[in-house]
Design a protein around this ligand. Structure first.
Ligand code: TEU
Ligand code: CA
Length: 558
């Protein structure tokens, strides 16, 4: 396999609103990021993926962009941006921008024009349809509740929005739209950025005719079969690759809701015709159900192993994986599959990190994950800020699908806001995030869980992540080795091997707090000279029969 820097890199995701506030307005900003670059350098990451910092009315925290070439006032100025970019580059850290081009804000000048009249030159930038029998053009529901269509008085037609009604979908079938997007991307590349994370890029091509979808519990039809991995998506990405991506040395990752392994082989083929890698959702969706993500079901370890193994094995030598447990749309994995009680928090955080970071693919660390940050004890609906959570509450509780108490429990477990509370820097007021009033509550556990404390202690989660990242940088086998699952049916242990030439790694993780016994597989029998590459307990040694303690993780090198 060809060696490239983005296969060997570790990415750190920053959600700017919650990272670090530099001016006391309660909102994280670009100067706050610049202040913390040395912290990230110490962690050892190679790349920052910056969630959107563009001008935006903030209906969906910046994922609704009104000017792709401007910076949101809350976050600072373009001069602040340029300073941050230069300061990152000085430290050898690359910057990947979030590219949100399935939709714009309804306040983007293109849409402001588009809605004016049917003859407007921008009309065809968006997806406009006549109503059907006085109702929406089809039955699709939006990701953020309600119909995926909004009626517009001026021309008495509907526009499509797969997300909020302030996020109208762009019409990618219009070549002028594609050219506008590619020009804008080129503008950022000329500035010297290092790549793009492409928001719901799998949704840019819709099946013609926009057929009705299967109706779910919320009363709306699912658009997925007609909007995810649509008929022209690969053609448009190949065009993007030709027009922009191939001209620069970039890291590109497509957020691909609904992506299958077969589709991923096209999006992220090693031959480089489209993107470097995709974010797949299969492991994140394992605890979904009738009421979509809203439940408090635990992910089953056997299913998790099956899904992740399928991705590891199927993409091997054909396409490239990305690896993640957390991002700004997911609750904290530590509270989901680990154990966030004070007794097991650190040990289980390290176990989860080991399990993911020893796989093949580019790992993504989400801000605070390296500190062992947890889900948040939100009390009332007023504590939430996320449009998805708030709208879902009203739709499902208001519509009588779920009762209020259950929904509050589900929100506490699954809401995106769990990932969006401020990074806990120290034990001073507001966790050292701001001197003002934070835009969203700070997790009350910041006195115990914060960066200052983590940095002060050699055996912390932070230092464990630091070690994992350093190991990846110095061991080709972690990047390029072939993956093989052991014990597929074991409900508690996730064990796998990596192989490169005559070198082998054996990764063993106990996902439960109960002790487990593990018998060395035949091929590793008698290899008592095996080196412990990393482990989350002290004094671990190779043994024919291992007793794994609570959330124990160990990696042997043979
Ligand atoms: O998320 C796309 C996406 O698929 C989400 O619906 C995701 O599944 C959901 O948030 C999980 O609950 C991207 C961004 O990452 C997200 O923050 C944006 O809100 C969304 O696109 C619209 O731009
Ligand atoms: Ca600020």
């Amino acid at each position: 396999m060809e060696k490239t820097w983005w296969k060997e890199a570790v990415v750190y995701q920053i959600y700017p609103r919650s990272f670090k506030d530099s001016n006391g307005d309660g909102i994280g900003d670009l100067n706050g990021i610049t202040e913390k670059l040395d912290y990230l350098k110490e962690l050892g990451i190679d790349v920052i993926w910056l969630s959107p910092v563009y001008e935006s009315p903030n209906d969906d925290n910046g994922y609704d962009i009104s000017n792709y070439r401007g910076i949101m006032k809350d976050f600072g100025t373009m001069e602040d941006y340029d300073r941050m970019l230069a300061a990152a580059h000085e430290r050898g850290i690359r910057i990947v921008m979030d590219l949100v081009v399935n939709h714009t804000s309804d306040e983007h000048p293109w849409f402001v024009e588009s809605r004016k009249s049917k003859e407007n030159p921008y009309r065809d930038y968006y997806i406009w349809r006549e109503g059907k029998d006085g109702k929406e053009p089809n039955n699709w529901g939006s990701c953020f509740s309600g119909p995926a269509w909004e009626y517009d008085e001026a021309t008495q037609m509907y526009f499509l929005h797969l997300f909020s009604k302030k996020q109208p979908d762009l019409n990618w079938d219009n070549p002028v739209v594609r050219k506008e997007v590619f020009d804008m991307m080129d503008w950022w590349c000329q500035k010297g950025i290092d790549g793009f994370r492409m928001d719901v890029i799998s949704m840019i091509s819709k099946v013609p005719g926009l057929p009705d979808g299967e109706v779910g519990k919320n009363g709306y039809g699912s658009f997925s079969p007609y909007a995810c991995n649509g008929p022209h998506v690969h053609e448009y990405l190949q065009e993007m690759n030709r027009e922009v991506l191939s001209k620069y040395d970039l890291l590109t990752v497509g957020e691909c809701s609904g992506v299958t392994v077969e589709e991923a082989k096209k999006y992220a083929s090693l031959d480089g015709g489209e993107l470097n890698m995709v974010f797949q959702f299969e492991h994140m969706d394992l605890d979904g159900g009738e009421t979509f993500k809203w439940n408090d079901r635990k992910i089953d370890l056997v299913e998790l192993k099956e899904v992740l193994t399928k991705w590891q094995v199927s993409l091997m030598g054909k396409a490239w994986n990305s690896l993640y447990w957390c991002n700004h749309d997911q609750p904290r994995m530590l509270s989901r599959m680990g154990n966030d009680s004070s007794k097991y928090r650190e040990i289980s955080a390290k176990m989860l990190a080991t399990c993911l970071h020893m796989m093949q693919g580019t790992p993504y660390v989400y801000q605070g994950e390296e500190l062992g940050m947890t889900n948040v004890p939100f009390e009332t609906l007023e504590d939430f800020r996320d449009i998805e959570s708030i709208n879902a509450y009203h739709e499902l509780v208001g519509g009588g699908v779920l009762d209020a108490e259950d929904m509050m429990r589900f929100l506490r477990y699954k809401s995106r806001d769990n990932a969006r509370t401020p990074v806990q820097w120290d034990d001073s007021e507001n966790a050292g995030f701001t001197t003002g009033t934070p835009w969203i509550m700070v997790n009350p556990n910041y006195k115990e869980i914060n960066a200052k404390e983590q940095l002060s202690r050699e055996d912390s989660v932070f230092h464990y992540y630091q070690k994992l990242i350093a190991l990846r940088h110095s061991n080709d086998i972690i990047v390029y080795g072939a993956y093989e699952l052991l014990l597929p049916d074991d409900p508690a242990i996730y064990a796998y091997t990596r192989t490169l030439g005559d070198e082998k790694l054996l990764v063993i993780c106990n996902f439960k707090k109960e002790e487990q016994s593990f018998t060395m597989p035949e091929e590793f029998s008698g290899k008592d000279q095996a080196e412990v590459l990393i482990s989350n307990y002290k004094d671990v040694k190779w043994a024919q029969e291992l007793t794994l303690r609570a959330y124990e993780a160990v990696v042997f090198r043979f």
